[in-house]
Design a protein around this ligand. Sequence first.
Ligand SMILES: [Zn+2]
Length: 466
Amino acid sequence: MNFTIKNTLISVADSYVTTDVQVVDGKITAITPNLEIIDTEINGDNKLLLPGFFNAHTHSSEMWQRGVIPPLPLELWLAHLYDFTPLNTEQVYLSALGTAVETLLSGGTSVVDHLVLIPGQELETIATAVRAYQEVGIRAFIAPLIQDESLSMGIPNGESQANHEPYFRSLGETLAIMEAAVKQFHQPEAGINILVAPTGIQLCSDDLFIGCIALSNKYDLCRHTHLLETKAQEKLAEEKYGCTAVQHLQEIGFLNSCTTLAHCVWLKESDINILAQTQSTVVHNPLSNLRLGSGIAPILKYIQAGVNVTFGCDGASSNDSQDLLEAIKIGSILHNLTEPDYQYWITPRQAVKMASLGGAKGLNIEDELGSLAVGKKADLVLYDLNNLSLLPRTDPIGLLVLGRPVNVINSAWVNGKQIISNGKITTINIDELRQELFNRSHWETQPKSANVDKLAPRYRQVMGLN
Ligand SMILES: [Zn+2]
């Protein structure tokens, strides 16, 4: 679809201008006032146009457990999550739709789904998520979540010697699944990208990381992993490697300019330098870090060291939503607590840039996406500045980031294709999605978790909680 947005507000330097924006064949072809209308006119009066944001780390299928897991630290929260009934592909489909829709309705046009795979149906799981994302039309970066060590290995041993069950799937099988997924689904031009994504040092061997590096090099894939989300993982890295996790990942060659690292809460100064040197990207998931008590990631230090930082919602059972604007707000102002020098605090404009260009940079596509520029792909979001939550008229970006924007998106496009029009998703039937989510769930309170009961004593002992 070709179109011309007339008289929209865009941000320039420290202010705003009213202009026209032309999109032809999925790309921005002109940004200047008084453009001739090509094909369709979009009314940009009293609206703000921004590049689409990246929801740079989530796990779509956690939508089925949102709101239900009690307050627990990551290691026990994860044990609780493992206790739920395994998913089926229909659930994977619906939660991918739901994740895409909530991301779009909060300003995101790209999602990085660190996708939990159904055991024995791994490729079907990926195919299902691909189908859902293509139906909605969001740009998708599917990062199949893989590991080769069992859950109990994610907790440090401390003084004791724990026995661990072997993981159910061999390393060879896991890598073969990944390669098959790349061959079948990796189509960047069609808006579907596959990433290599070992879940993290806590549950992955070096051989798995090295196998992922080989696939990434062979097929030119981005890399994604969780990194030092909790204090327990910092201890575990010391036990496992005798050095920090960041040092180890650098040594084995996992870190580079297309690597995005979710969380990064427990890094040392020397680790920060490594991230800067390797040009790795930090994905900040502030709500999940708060919900699980993981800690406050030293984001201002990363920024000062020149490390690229962007935002993620993380899975919907550790957040428990997929509102990207909320993650951006909390992820910006949270750090005012940790840094007395207000000159380093994240400004709303900086936050918007981190969420858009920062996301594109982490996925090695900053030449194509992440800002309003002629020649870039048209992943765009048009905000309604007449919305009550964005009134009265002050600084639109200031209010968008620091306020509590509600239903503020008028239109959104991915690759020039309109996905939201007049505040409504146009590509799928939202009423049907709501009905399906309702019908396939039931009201529930916090069920007891056998896994938590099993792991809690060791966790409490190792973390000095007894
Ligand atoms: Zn995560």
